[in-house]
Design a protein around this ligand. Structure first.
Ligand SMILES: Nc1ncnc2c1ncn2[C@@H]1O[C@H](COP(=O)(O)OP(=O)(O)OP(=O)(O)O)[C@@H](O)[C@H]1O
Ligand SMILES: [Mg+2]
Length: 136
């Protein structure tokens, strides 16, 4: 199964995270899903959360993070955000009044499926998103 792929290395800073979001919007538009479409906005939200996590929790000094976007022929987009930290300590934080823990809950609600995979160096948090509503 062939996928179209876009890969970017970005600095592990808030600026790098914002850039990840903008590059995602551009790539989805290039793949035929305009900026203001639901799919494009959802992909931007997902990348924003995963990139924010990569540059805060997954950061190692002097190391970049990586954004990969894959478009599969059956109309699924896979988003992969890789960071250099090997610990895969992702968890849901359950603090109703808390300021933290919204990211992964949002990811789990917006994604078709998602998970965390080991890499040679660090880990990849991945999310898949359907581009079409089932049955359309
Ligand atoms: N890339 C990552 N590397 C290491 N730990 C992570 C990573 N992403 C998430 N985590 C862990 O999972 C927890 C939950 O992540 P989540 O995004 O839900 O919350 P948060 O980042 O703490 O707060 P918020 O996203 O609401 O600003 C984080 O606090 C962190 O401990
Ligand atoms: Mg977060």
């Amino acid at each position: 199964m062939n996928a179209e792929i876009s890969t970017q290395r970005l600095s592990a800073t808030p600026r790098g995270a914002r850039l990840a979001r903008r590059l995602t919007a551009l790539q989805l538009a290039a793949w035929g899903h305009p900026y203001d479409s639901e799919v494009n906005r959802t992909a931007q939200q997902l990348v924003a959360e995963l990139a924010a996590n990569a540059v805060t929790h997954g950061r190692l000094p002097g190391r970049d993070f990586e954004l990969r976007l894959l478009l599969f022929p059956e109309e699924t987009v896979r988003i992969e955000v890789s960071d250099p930290r090997g610990d895969r300590q992702l968890r849901f934080i359950n603090e109703p009044e808390g300021e933290r823990g919204r990211g992964l809950i949002l990811v789990s609600l917006l994604a078709l499926t998602w998970g965390v995979a080991e890499r040679d160096v660090g880990k990849t948090v991945w999310v898949e998103l359907a581009l079409k509503e089932p049955g359309l």
